[in-house]
Design a binder for this molecule. Structure first.
Ligand code: SAM
Length: 212
């Protein structure tokens, strides 16, 4: 997925790139390794710290990609890998991405959800979450742009024209089951279980059971 965008967007020495929702900086690292000048923004301070230590060449900020702290036309390429679906205002976030680029915006969203197995993991956990978290999990950002035609609709509102569209197969690999469980239990969708009314204690065994 990252390589697809790097290749198709022509990211090379001197290309300036902003990654919205950069997380721990995996894409930033790959772009720097191709010689790009990179910046990233993410709302999660802990992930930004990892990105800063893994990609010291990047300018990485904690912040909201719905209000980007960069001037108009600052970047050749703006990307969002599984991030724009989490915006409160999808079209607004993509308009912001458009504002700060003089070139392209690349939007990556999850598709073929049923085949991925990921919804099954989260579905198995819903009764461990506080009651008021469950509706938001269902509607949650995770799959908000995944319905057929939804992304095209939002791109049109943001005044973005589609030049390239592809489905890229990806495999998420974990070193072992415990690492997979740790990752799923660290995801935003499961954090309500750690709040009052949630049942944190059952999460790991429930996630383990899905695998079997
Ligand atoms: C599924 S993760 C993807 C992370 C990264 N792009 C990757 O490929 O690994 C979604 C990321 O979007 C970030 N995020 C969600 N909404 C955001 C917002 N409004 N502003 C900044 N970051 C946001 C989250 O903190 C999280 O790191």
């Amino acid at each position: 997925m990252y390589e697809h965008v790097l290749n198709k967007a022509g990211i090379r020495s001197g290309t300036s790139v902003l990654d919205c929702g950069c997380g721990a900086g995996r894409f930033l690292r790959l772009a720097v390794d191709r010689g790009a000048r990179v910046a990233g923004i993410d709302a999660a301070d802990g992930l930004v710290q990892i990105a800063v230590s893994g990609v010291p060449e990047a300018e990485v900020r904690v912040g909201d990609f719905e209000a980007l702290p960069w001037p108009d036309h600052a970047f050749d390429v703006v990307t969002g890998f599984s991030t724009f679906q989490f915006a409160d205002d999808h079209a607004g976030a993509l308009r912001e991405a458009r504002r700060v680029t003089r070139g392209q915006v690349w939007v990556v969203i999850p598709t073929r959800l049923a085949e991925s197995g990921i919804p099954q993991v989260f579905a198995s956990l819903t009764d461990l979450l506080p009651a008021n978290a469950v509706p938001s999990l269902k509607l949650s950002g995770m799959y908000a742009l995944s319905a057929t035609g939804k992304l095209d609709e939002v791109l049109a509102v943001a005044d973005l024209r589609t030049r390239s569209d592809a489905t890229v197969d990806g495999t998420v690999e974990f070193p072992d089951v415990e690492a997979a469980i740790h990752a799923f239990l660290s995801a935003g969708a499961t954090t309500p279980a750690f709040r009052p009314g949630g049942r944190r204690a059952g999460l790991a065994s429930r996630a383990r059971a899905v695998r079997r």
